[in-house]
Design a protein around this ligand. Structure first.
Ligand SMILES: *Cc1c(COP(=O)(O)O)cnc(C)c1O
Length: 442
């Protein structure tokens, strides 16, 4: 079923997560329920940190890509593990700061940060802002001047590699809303511009080539291209980047179509990357850059399981069987967005043989509101608790109140204990910001 010991069948044959029986969790907290395995999250943070410490002399930092799952408790765990984070919006930055994060360990991203968000980042004193347009550089330079600071920045580069799971494509100029192309000279021109701005302190470059990547070669290629680029920039402008942020993107297990990576495998990805950086830096006579990596999905994805209660079951003979659950696209929009695939487990009988393939349907008013199609399952009845695996990343963080459904609560489990980290929404929450204008109040 999975690679980690914290997710298994207990003696009763029930699904156990972090030492907690899934049926008991469903009973205690209700469904749908996001369950997060704290030990798994911490172990993944440690793997990346340890690898940088051991293989790169600690000359770098892990930044948890917090868009994968952002809440106070998650930032608190990252802080506790001594890693940094990235933030892609004022809201993520706010949450990280509220969790007590040291601003120096926060890097700010986004292809179109607002004026207010840039001010907030400068005011907080973030470690770096990854800039991505002329307009942004100019606005940020003004803000920094007004506030009397010299703001550290990185430039987002499009290295011309796009990776998806088991494949990658190299293009001279990728069609993307992110980054300046390394290949066609636009990144060089932008570098010159940023270097000319007095209130910005250019530290180096950032790239992020995609997500759910298993192909080691795509990371190697990205690192090679970035160092070749850094070397070319040095030759042209004398500016030598001291920071290289290589992004995230390490893949995780969703179904048997994906490899089941162990901790050592993730360490290997990073080692290969580090070795490439070392070799290329040596080849080009560059100082080793301070390395930033931004894993999101790989830290929290497999740590999460969503528990549902099965409601109606609709069998259309010769066509398809729909098993409807009490969740849906409001708490997991990933099938609707990407046709993502999942493994589902009957929580009361983990070892039951799969005898059918069903479509798991949500409760929203959309035909496309599915958790997945053709998911293998054992016999299943209304009232059963269904667990969908690998739901820790890009689930809660992408949730909405569509159809005025309540975003489920999230709990953290470890050593047989569970704690709420995000409270259940209430109907009052739904109308909290609704206003009936005076004109309607007659
Ligand atoms: C999404 C994103 C990440 C994290 O990607 P994962 O696939 O979750 O590891 C890192 N950096 C940037 C800039 C991103 O946009």
């Amino acid at each position: 079923m999975n690679t980690r010991e914290t997710l298994k069948a207990n003696e009763a044959g029930h699904l156990e997560i972090g030492g907690c029986d899934a049926l008991s969790l469903a009973k205690e907290y209700g469904t749908p329920l996001y369950v997060y395995d704290e030990a798994y999250i911490r172990s993944m943070m440690r793997v990346f940190k340890r690898t940088i410490d051991q293989e790169y002399n600690g000359n770098g930092k892990v930044l948890y890509a917090s868009k994968a799952f952002s809440c106070l408790a998650m930032y608190r765990i990252a802080k506790d593990e001594g890693i940094g984070c990235d933030a892609v919006s004022g809201g993520e930055l706010y949450t990280a700061l509220k969790a007590g994060f040291n601003a120096q360990n926060i890097y700010v991203h986004g292809n179109n940060k607002t004026y207010d968000e840039l001010c907030e980042a400068v005011d907080a004193g973030v470690g770096g802002i990854v800039i991505d347009s002329y307009r942004e550089a100019d606005i940020l330079d003004k803000i920094a001047k007004e506030k009397g600071v010299k703001q550290s920045v990185l430039i987002r580069i499009n290295p011309g590699i796009e990776a998806h799971t088991h494949a990658f494509v190299q293009t001279a100029r990728t069609d993307s809303k992110f980054g300046f192309s390394a290949a066609d000279g636009t990144a060089l021109e932008y570098t010159k511009h940023v270097l000319s701005l007095k209130n910005l302190d250019l530290k180096g470059y950032h790239c992020h080539i995609g997500s759910q990547i298993f192909e080691k070669q795509s990371f190697v290629l990205a690192a090679e291209k970035m160092l070749t680029f850094i070397s070319a920039i040095k030759a042209e402008t004398k500016f030598e980047a001291s920071v290289l942020n290589i992004g995230g993107g390490f893949g995780i297990y969703y179904t048997d179509e994906d490899p089941k990576l162990k901790e050592e495998d993730y360490a290997d990805y990073l080692k290969v990357l580090i070795n490439t950086i070392k070799a290329k830096s040596k080849e080009y006579g560059l100082n080793l850059p301070y390395l930033l990596i931004e894993p999101g999905r790989s830290i929290v994805g497999e740590a999460g399981v969503t528990l549902y209660t099965v409601g109606s079951i609709k069998d259309i003979p010769g066509v398809r069987k729909y098993v409807a659950i009490d969740g849906g696209m409001f708490e997991n929009p990933r099938y609707a967005l990407y046709q993502s695939k999942y493994t589902a487990v009957k929580a009361s009988d983990v070892n039951a043989l799969n005898v059918q393939k069903v479509s798991i349907a949500g409760k929203c008013c959309e035909s496309g509101d599915l958790i997945g199609v053709d998911i293998p399952l054992p016999e299943i009845e209304s009232g059963d608790i269904l667990a969908v695996l690998s739901t820790g990343a890009y689930h809660y963080s992408m949730a909405s109140n569509y159809n005025r459904n309540l975003i489920p609560q999230a709990i953290l489990v470890q050593d047989g204990k569970s704690e709420v980290i995000i409270k259940k929404q209430t109907y009052e929450d739904l109308i909290r910001n609704d206003v009936i204008p005076v004109s309607l109040n007659k």
